[in-house]
Design a protein around this ligand. Structure first.
Ligand code: NAP
Length: 503
């Protein structure tokens, strides 16, 4: 008989039990786009934190590259300044930064120039032996294939080399397929890390543990007990400095195709045989393939497109989208809500409502599992609420399972909904690593589980392309919503028609 595991009241995450702290071997990492926003705001700070925790060996090398000329020192100063601009500074240590900076170098290279000289990069990478070599492509996706070709021609793709592709992977199915084919010409599929930083978030990984580490949930995790599911990824910020990219993309391409569909897959997939990358990715792919197509027939009822107008966020008056982007007119959606269906045995008849938007009331990401009503109430007229599980991904990571209990006191049976509460902050006292810290170290370790396979990305684009096509065919109009509101009224009407509401 299996021995019962011992549980303790107080959860502890020791370095040994926290996989983000497993040491890695010395490696070389080239950041294409090393001067860009992503590198300065996320990648370099993430590497600094992993270094200070002792996870990155001191003889590793990190090489930033972009078109403009600058010295190693200028690059180090630039990313140092950016660290202080974008990080809270809580974990900063001068000595540690100096040690970390000794790993950093800079090489200028215009990767779109066919005559570019790759010798500088080759030199910076020389004498690395057979150590792991990571090429991180933090550049616009139109450069992905050129970079891979350049690496191959320059002889830099060693047996231990791997490539990281930032989202968005293309702008539609055809462009994603072309990128996949171009990159696979140089790197085998198992050397390609398509990153979606949502998958590096602690609570997103916790979804796997919650679902597959607890026997309680599985019997209930289907259309037998679940009425509907809601997935919300709300941002309070506007388009910021990304206006020129965003205006050609919109919320469906920018958020739904990757983050929201990944969350939907992890929520709805069957239990994989193991956490091996292909076991997990094959199950996610099955969900994507079972998504009911959204066509011109159901798009008007089952999708809502919105764009923010001037309004107030956090008591501050903010401009409308057109002003933010600096254009007179735009048909780009900054909000999208979709009623999706997964056509398989487990989920038949369960609507999955997803929504995402900019300039919404607050920044929050939630997955809500709304259970069904009990089949018959024995409590007469007492109000009985159906159970609900809310998985809060950010901020204030938590899982809350709302249950009915009896309100104490004489004088009749009164029921009350109260949550069984697994708030991270109440249970763990460690610092949560940023998603990029975890994912970067997974790349070095060769762990593909939290990265998307090519066929997954293509399947997601196929579904999204159909929606874009349906919007075009039906000329589906944009609904304006005031900044600071949770999207247009139509998004609420969509659920109200089913007697539901956004939580
Ligand atoms: P960015 O600030 O515009 O940076 C782009 C970088 O690419 C710069 O370092 C730029 O440097 C370099 N670059 C552009 N053309 C080049 C060329 N021909 N040869 C060599 N280097 C070139 O963009 P970003 O925000 O960092 O985003 C980079 C990628 O990550 C994009 O695909 C974006 O969608 C994705 N992403 C970004 C974020 C984010 O938070 N920023 C989040 C998720 C995904 P020079 O101009 O000096 O050459």
């Amino acid at each position: 008989m299996a021995k019962k595991s011992k549980s303790t009241d107080k959860a502890q995450l020791t370095p040994e039990s926290h996989s983000a702290f497993l040491p890695v071997d010395s490696f070389d990492l080239v950041v294409f786009g090393g001067t860009g926003d992503l590198a300065r705001r996320k990648l370099i700070p993430a590497l600094y934190h992993r270094f200070c925790d002792g996870q990155i060996p001191k003889n590793s090398r990190i090489i930033g590259t972009s078109r403009s000329d600058r010295s190693d020192k200028a690059y180090k100063d630039e990313v140092h300044k950016a660290y202080h601009q974008f990080s809270s500074g809580e974990d900063y240590d001068d000595k540690c930064w100096d040690d970390f900076a000794s790993l950093l170098n800079y090489v200028a290279l215009d990767v779109s120039d066919e005559k570019a000289d790759w010798d500088g990069l080759a030199k910076a990478l020389s004498q690395g032996g057979d150590r792991v070599r990571v090429f991180y492509l933090a550049v616009p996706p139109k450069l992905f294939v050129d970079i891979c070709k350049g690496l191959k021609t320059a002889g830099l793709v060693t047996p231990n080399a791997r490539v990281v592709l930032e989202k968005p992977l293309g702008t539609d199915y055809a462009s994603a397929k072309a990128i996949n084919e171009g990159v696979r010409f140089v790197f085998d599929e198992n050397k390609i890390y398509r990153i979606d930083h949502y998958l590096g978030k602690e609570t997103v990984q916790n979804l796997l543990v919650l679902r597959f580490g607890n026997i309680l949930l599985e019997p209930l995790w289907s259309n037998r007990a679940i009425d509907h599911i809601e997935i919300t990824v709300a941002e309070s910020i506007g388009v910021g400095g990304r206006g020129s990219y965003y205006d050609g993309a919109g919320a469906l391409r920018d958020m739904v195709q990757n983050h929201l569909l990944q969350l939907l897959c992890l929520t709805a997939m069957e239990a994989p045989a193991s956490l091996d990358a292909d076991d997990v990715r094959t199950e996610k792919l099955k969900v994507l393939r079972a998504l009911r197509p959204i066509t011109k027939d159901n798009a008007p009822d089952d999708t809502v497109r919105g764009q923010y107008a001037r309004g107030k966020v956090d008591d501050e008056v903010v401009a409308d989208y057109l002003t933010d982007v600096g254009v007179d007119d735009s048909n780009t959606e900054t909000f999208v809500a979709i009623k999706a269906h997964i056509d398989n045995w487990r989920w038949a008849g369960v609507p999955i409502y997803i929504r995402t938007g900019k300039r919404m009331a607050e920044r929050r990401s939630d997955i809500v599992i709304q259970f069904k009503d009990v089949p018959h109430s024995v409590f007469g007229n007492a109000k009985l609420n159906a159970n609900r599980m809310v998985i809060r991904l950010q901020p204030d990571e938590a899982v809350r399972l709302w249950m009915e209990i009896k309100e104490p006191g004489a004088g009749g049976m009164r029921l009350k909904s109260l949550p069984l509460n697994l708030t991270y902050a109440d249970n763990f006292t460690v610092r949560y690593p940023d998603a990029y810290e975890r994912l970067l170290m997974d790349v070095v370790r060769g762990n593909l589980s939290l990265f998307m396979r090519g066929d997954e990305v293509e399947a997601a684009w196929k579904w999204v392309d159909q929606i874009l096509g349906a919007w075009q065919d039906t000329e589906q109009r944009l609904e304006l919503y005031q900044a600071g509101q949770d999207g247009p009224d139509k998004a609420h009407d969509m659920l109200a028609r089913d007697d539901n509401q956004w939580v």
